[in-house]
Design a protein. Sequence first.
Length: 81
Amino acid sequence: MRWVGKWRNQYGSLVDITDDADHRITGTFSTALRESGFFGHTIPVVGVHEGDCVSFTFAHHGPNGDLSARSPDSCATAISS
């Protein structure tokens, strides 16, 4: 699976993956959640992928100190009939 592209979650936050070579991903993250310490910033992300599964992490220094977060481990699943 190719992961390069823009991905939006159910909350409206955006991950823009710019490279997915060698089972690694790089890109940026922008949250849509105003209450998040990451709001208003575009944060670099790094992560790993295997097939249809991906996980990434990001960190930022905000007004209340240092923050880090990771995505939930996510795997695409096929629906069979």
